[in-house]
Design a protein around this ligand. Sequence first.
Ligand code: AMP
Ligand code: MG
Length: 351
Amino acid sequence: MQTKYWFVDNHVDMLVTYPQIKEAAQLLKKNEVVAFPTETVYGLGGNALSNEAAGKIFAAKGRPADNPLIVHIASEQQAADVAIHISATAQKLMQEFWPGPLTIILKKQPNRLSDLVTAGLDTVAVRVPDHPVALAVIREAGLPIAAPSANRSGKPSPTSAKHVQDDLDGRIAGIVDGGSTGVGVESTVVDCTGSIPVILRPGGITKEELEAVVGEVAVDAALTDAQKQPKSPGMKYTHYAPNAPLYLLQGSCEWIQSQISDQQQKGKKVGLLTTEDHLSFYEADVILPCGNSRDLKTVAHCLYDVLRAFNETDVDMIYSETFPTAGVGLAVMNRLEKAAGHRWIHEKMKE
Ligand code: AMP
Ligand code: MG
């Protein structure tokens, strides 16, 4: 399949009139799949009402069939089109955080969505993205659009059209290039089908921000205990993995440097994921800075780009610094843990 490629300036309003957007939306209406930017990462969109379109998303990504997709809509009003029993708490969250990186799990409207999209569950994941290109594509298509991240399953999510091209060129109908994405990690997934909202996946909106609006918010126990079964089917899969094995190092800069040197003496080429403000502490074969440790939003923004950039190098292993789990740090560490397959090396264990 020849993948079409459109460039769109994401700073211009009224994108609906753009011929590129019209063409992308036209393909979506024909149940083809098209990638477009959102404020979190690039999404691979398809008609959420169609088994044909949903099947193409799963096939292009190589995504396991039991991992449901997030349905993207253009406005809060459109939620009633795909979901029922929308609680007052869910409504408050929509009003406060939509458009934005918050996905809300609701009871699904029966007999409407493709069963592939919901993986046969009786719930649906919904959000309104905060990106002019995504909103224009969805509005113009006039459909709820299922859109998981536009990467091959297991790889880091794409934060630029180039990443999408690297993974999916020839496998999808088109890519709308609207520049690089902002938040850099995926949306927070919060289950609003019970009395207290439960975070199933940490992301762009923090627990602290949610609690400021609706009071108590719980966190799925599986996020802190690897032995527990996650409530969100997708959370059990390894994700975001670079080609070389990644290890999370918890300890001082001096100790991390000693670990790097030990491996180099054994003839290994070592890559290091650190932050701009720590660069001067280290010597390694490849050192890639990922934001600044004083502002974890900058780390979230670059994380997938840096993980992908290691694939362009010949390192045998990647060591990464770790981050505090307050605010967006929870999402950063969740993604890093998955990318590392939960491989930690602690300074104290070595003493
Ligand atoms: P992705 O589209 O790759 O960003 O992943 C979507 C995430 O939302 C995955 O972790 C899914 O398991 C989760 N998700 C989607 N629909 C549901 C649902 N109905 N219930 C629980 N989690 C869901
Ligand atoms: Mg994904």
